[in-house]
Design a protein around this ligand. Sequence first.
Ligand code: SF4
Ligand code: SF4
Length: 316
Amino acid sequence: MKYYDQIKQQTEDPAMQIENLIREFFQTSPENSMNFEHIERVFDEPLVGFSNGGDPLFEFLKKDIGSPCMTPVEIFRTSFPDIEARADDLTVISWVLPQTRLTKNDNRKETAFPSERWARAKHYGAAFNKALMIHVANILKKTGIAAVAPVLAPIFTIGVSERYGLASSWSERHAAYVSGLGTFGLCDGLITPRGKAMACGSVIAQIRITPTPRSYTDHHAWCLFYAKGTCGLCVKRCPAGALSKEGHNKNLCSEYEHGVAQEYIRSHFGIDDYACGLCQTGTPCESKNPVRHSGKTGYQDVHNRQDHGSNVGNSS
Ligand code: SF4
Ligand code: SF4
């Protein structure tokens, strides 16, 4: 495999090789399919970001969210108990898989339940994302680099954070946020340079890669509601009353998705899965960063802000 030697030698920053292997899998994997009778990919071209496992934001998130949230080094050491690893020996490889124009167009028209394309993208997209995680981790392992996909690790759990309610040991959106790929919106979705209608995934690897700069200084910088005091369209889009100016009620959202929405998807599309995504489409942040914030990189600014600590974990 052409990537093995390039990554293994590490004569140059291997970021490009890892990005290429993600893009190649995106282009060639049969799992990147909506499983219609015609050929249609689930996702558009991925975005890739990197963060160092010792980035203080990971420790901050663990403290802020509390149990069950874990740091990259905790997950790595639990997955590879025989390998000595310091936090800053690790890199979090994070990616964003944007929804296609067709999927967004369809879901934008809906007002109560997700469109068939959205439901398919959720269901088959999760399978593709999982296959991508396994592929990236396996390629790295074959080069001698220990790697684990946190959400596929046996240690992965979903529990209840005392402060924020439903939470998991690893949040893909928080990993993407630390890896320079976007900031959170009023509805808790991550607004990336390609917008909020997307899925994301990650792998933690024992490899040093230059972190992707974060072009924001606040975890809500790309949301119009927080940045400019305007918008709030995601609140109007929510059919479950789970969004308000106070943010995202995870319990109402989950009840809706796993209740009437799942039943609708099963009975109308023959897919046994939950989905919604109405707040991710038909909004100014659907396909782009609507604020076009161009602040300086600076997690320290974020880390030191009192308001940052007050609710960043709520997006877990
Ligand atoms: S729809 Fe508006 S308020 Fe909601 S997350 Fe997007 S930019 Fe923020
Ligand atoms: S996913 Fe659906 S139910 Fe949940 S907050 Fe968004 S619009 Fe509301």
